[in-house]
Design a protein around this ligand. Structure first.
Ligand SMILES: Nc1ncnc2c1ncn2[C@@H]1O[C@H](COP(=O)(O)OP(=O)(O)OP(=O)(O)O)[C@@H](O)[C@H]1O
Length: 252
């Protein structure tokens, strides 16, 4: 059974479709990378999919009542503002609000798992607002992980993380997929998208222009016409290795 289903999802802003009739299914065990240049519509697509933006077409999550949706899908938005000077543990515990365990052992275990997954166990008692930008980003992702939902939607979760934590975060997404959960993640790092996503959905000007295996989606032609770049690319046993090299000037 699909964890998320979009059928001709359309979002209009100022009369223009910024998401244009996108259809996408997400099955259990997938890490779906949403890629595309700035302004392609990635954030709008995820927000509309969650019912956070007015839209046309069908979005399965948007149809759910909020209490059920919060148990089904966690959301990590692009904005990383932490408003209150609470401890890291308190902030991560907010991820348990949709569940009914009322601070019992099940909540404690979920919080521990999320802190461990984001390598934050030693930060547990630190004040969240006093952490570095990258550390705060990891805490907010831990809060989403503590929700322990079948589906996680994350908007540029590795932006601002150091290389080790970027890789660790992508590995965490792969671990969730191995457990039968799924992640939809927007990314600008095409190299990490190629290596760690099981499937890529490429957007351009609101439209889904390609979808499938990273090695198929990230063709030299699409890198030129959608992103305006050339790249070194090689298929290996570990997946597609890709390094952007230069602007190609061919972007349409
Ligand atoms: N509140 C708004 N009002 C009008 N237009 C908007 C609004 N928010 C976004 N847009 C427009 O919608 C389009 C898609 O924006 P969106 O944020 O979904 O793109 P994105 O692919 O996530 O971009 P980025 O990679 O830069 O984060 C852009 O052209 C943007 O200018």
């Amino acid at each position: 059974m699909s964890l998320m289903s979009l059928d001709r999802l359309t979002v209009r802003r100022g009369g223009c479709p910024v998401v244009d009739a996108v259809s996408l299914q997400v099955e259990p065990g997938e890490v779906v990378g949403l890629i595309g240049p700035n302004g392609a519509g990635k954030t709008s697509l995820m927000r509309a999919a969650l019912g956070l933006l007015p839209h046309e077409g069908h979005a399965s999550l948007a149809k759910m009542v909020p209490a059920a949706r919060a148990k089904h899908a966690a959301w990590l938005p692009q904005g990383r503002e932490i408003a209150w000077p609470v401890s890291v543990e308190t902030l991560v515990a907010l991820g348990r609000v949709p569940h009914d365990a009322r601070g019992g052992p099940a909540d404690g275990e979920a919080i521990d798992r999320a802190l461990k997954r984001m390598n934050l166990a030693s930060f547990r008692n630190r004040t969240a607002t006093q952490l570095s930008g990258g550390e705060q980003a990891r805490v907010l992702l831990a809060r989403a992980l503590a929700q322990e939902t079948p589906l996680l939607l994350a908007d540029e979760p590795i932006a601002g993380l150091d290389p080790a934590h970027q890789i660790a975060t992508m590995e965490t997404f792969n671990m969730l997929a191995a457990e039968g959960r799924s992640v939809v993640v927007s990314l600008h790092d095409l190299g990490l998208a190629a290596r760690f996503c099981t499937r890529l959905a490429m957007m351009q000007s609101g439209r889904l222009v390609a979808e499938g295996r990273p090695a198929d989606v990230l063709s030299a032609d699409r890198l030129a016409t959608v992103f305006g770049i050339t790249a070194w690319r090689q298929e290996t046993e570990a997946g597609l290795m890709l390094q952007p090299l230069a602007q190609s000037g061919e972007r349409r």
